[in-house]
Write a protein that binds this ligand. Structure first.
Ligand code: GDP
Ligand code: MG
Length: 597
């Protein structure tokens, strides 16, 4: 295809503002999906995505569109909308020349609208502002057109008004895409350079790599090279999705399509990497490649220890489709054998545990999420601590650095007080407060990531009746007054309950955990102290009183079969008992204590 007839664009929107629905209408109106084959959310392939209304994996679709005498190829690149996947979003945006900025005409601009807009502007994209859901009675397009025009500059009358649901205004929008978004520019005769913006594992075909051609051409059967690793592969199939994959004779300047090379693991075909021709390799890679960096860590354990091999197998499988997932074996006194896993963020953690439960039918318990800390001891050694158990114990601690984020919170102005209170209690520092339009405020804070991973989002939602939206991005590290709190049962540390917390919150954490365990652990023959400690210093204590009578005493002289039944029942229970020193604890007690409530 002649690059002058290509337009590459994406839709950026806050969650639920109607991106998937609009994409569905475009597929229908351009005729690439027939009315008969149309089903809602055509491009959202994963069940979890559809249920939660989030887009995890991006896809690209090519649609023909006629304007005047010419037919254009419109490549729509879908971007994940959530903060955890900012890097993937940025690579999808880098594959485009323009973006449709989609805003719900009954809601206005939200935090992810802004975060994605900033990323789009960083990538020099042409922005087409669009109000969606104008069929809704509650829509106030005049008000939000002003808001949008104020945000990106320009005339409120230029803001298009559409309904992804009814299709109203969608044809005009497609015309606008052709008119306003620049055609791709590249060097036809240069060595091939293609940017990978997505890499998807398919159990039948292996990894499907989505690329945006920048320079040159890639052909079937050609040997290609991944520029970050220098690894080479042969192209078995190359083509475009429209929206079903269809092989082609190759991809040239500005085109968007897929490659299949037979690799079985998305780590061999990484998002952001540059693909070049092995025979005639480009000398410099396209900019912007980085390795995904896990920011949230948690232990994942099977509730039934015999599921451990299944859990390992499930993680090995998920890894094929998720380059950001990390894990290594870990053992815990309380929970047995499991894995320490690293995730991009909380949503990523949730998605993975949900998939393990659903697709692999595993019962799991996860330990409290933790972030990476840089801990320097007085002998000037620094270690990265992603698990409280790695916290240095021998030497004195000189400094602890914790990850910090820049957060942007949008909400109606009535909630400003509640939000400020919440952020303050989470050690936030306010950076700015701006009015967007008449009644909405954007608050900017820097906050420790460790405070956000601990139910911050739920708190924010409940304190603002669901009206606040949140987005954040990493902003380096800062020293924090952090300590490691251990929970001890009769003097023995119960590893799964150790946590790194701020000094001012150590007592509250210790008391909460000690109280929970006191309520959950059955009485023993002897009194059992539960303590919370920072190093050797005890900061809180609870007692489990000794059991008064032997469990069999009440059966004494009674029916022998009843007695035997009781003993058998006890034996069964024993299998799930964990010994902490001399204390016998049913595993359920640990699990209940970890899951809170
Ligand atoms: P996404 O999260 O941005 O992909 O949003 P979806 O496309 O999943 O839409 C979120 C919700 O808004 C769904 O319940 C849609 O049916 C609804 N919706 C989307 N577009 C429209 C529209 O134009 N009008 C109305 N009334 N509802 C819409
Ligand atoms: Mg969607």
């Amino acid at each position: 295809t002649d690059p002058a007839r290509i337009r590459n664009f994406c839709i950026i929107a806050h969650i639920d503002h109607g991106k998937s629905t609009l994409a569905d209408r475009m597929l229908q109106i351009t005729g690439v999906v027939s009315d008969r084959d149309m089903r809602a959310q055509y491009l959202d392939r994963m069940d979890i995505e559809r249920e939660r209304g989030i887009t995890i994996k991006s896809q690209a679709v090519r649609m023909p569109w006629q304007l005047g005498a010419d037919t254009y190829a419109l490549n729509m690149i879908d971007t994940p909308g959530h903060v955890d996947f900012t890097y993937e979003v940025s690579r999808s945006l880098a594959a485009c020349e323009g973006a449709i900025l989609l805003v719900d005409a009954a809601q206005g601009i939200e935090a992810q609208t802004l975060a994605n807009l900033y990323l789009a502007l960083e990538n020099d994209l042409e922005i087409i502002p669009v109000l969606n859901k104008i069929d809704l009675p509650a829509a106030d397009p005049d008000k939000y057109a002003r808001e949008l025009a104020q945000l990106i500059g320009g005339d409120p009358d230029e803001v298009l008004r559409v309904s992804g649901k009814t299709g109203m205004g969608v044809e005009e929008l497609l015309d606008r895409v052709v008119e306003r978004i620049p055609a791709p520019v590249g060097v036809k005769d240069a060595p091939a350079r293609a940017m990978i913006f997505d890499s998807v594992y398919d159990s039948y075909r292996g990894v499907v790599t989505y690329v945006r051609m920048v320079d040159g051409q890639l052909n079937p059967r050609e040997r290609i090279q991944m520029m970050s690793t220098k690894a080479t592969h042969e192209i078995l199939e190359i083509g475009v999705s429209s929206p079903e994959p269809s092989p082609s004779k190759g991809l040239g300047v500005g085109e968007v399509g897929y490659l299949i090379t037979g690799v079985k693991d998305v780590r061999q075909s990484k998002v952001g990497d540059t693909v070049t021709s092995a025979a005639k390799a480009a000398s410099t890679a396209l900019p912007g490649y980085t390795d995904p960096l896990p920011m949230v860590f948690s232990g994942i354990y099977p509730i039934d220890g015999s599921d451990y091999p299944d859990l390992r197998e499930a993680l090995d499988k998920l890894k094929l489709s998720d380059a950001a997932l990390q894990y290594e074996p870990e053992t815990s006194v309380a929970l047995g054998f499991g894995f320490r896993c690293g995730f991009l963020g909380l949503l990523h953690l949730e998605i993975i545990t949900e998939r393990l439960r659903r697709e692999f039918d595993l019962d799991l318990i996860t330990t409290a999420p933790s972030v990476p800390y840089q801990v320097t001891t007085e002998d000037r050694k620094t270690v990265t601590v992603t698990n409280p158990s790695e916290y240095p114990t021998g030497a004195k601690i000189a400094e602890v650095l914790e990850p910090i984020v820049n957060a942007s919170i949008l909400a109606p102005k009535d909630y400003v007080g509640a939000i400020m209170e919440l952020c303050q209690s989470r050690r936030g520092t306010m950076k700015s407060m701006d009015y967007l339009g008449e009644d909405r405020v954007e608050l900017k804070y820097t906050l420790p990531l460790g405070e956000i991973v601990f139910d911050f989002f739920d708190q924010l939602k409940s304190k603002t009746q669901g009206y606040a939206s949140l987005d954040y991005e990493p902003a380096g590290e800062a020293p924090g007054d952090l300590v490691k709190v251990d929970i001890l049962l009769q003097g023995e540390t119960v590893d799964a309950f150790s946590a790194i917390v701020h000094k001012d919150k150590a007592y509250a954490y210790g008391t909460m955990m000690a109280t929970r365990l006191r309520e959950l652990i059955p009485r023993q023959q002897f009194e059992v102290p539960i303590q919370a400690a920072i190093g050797a210093r005890i900061i809180a204590r609870e007692n489990i009183r000794a059991m008064r009578k032997d469990v069999l005493a009440k059966c004494y002289g009674g029916d022998i079969t009843r007695k035997r039944k009781l003993l058998e029942k006890q034996k069964e229970g024993k299998k799930r008992m964990k010994m902490v020193g001399r204390v016998e604890v049913p595993q359920e007690a640990f699990i209940a204590a970890l899951s809170g409530d």
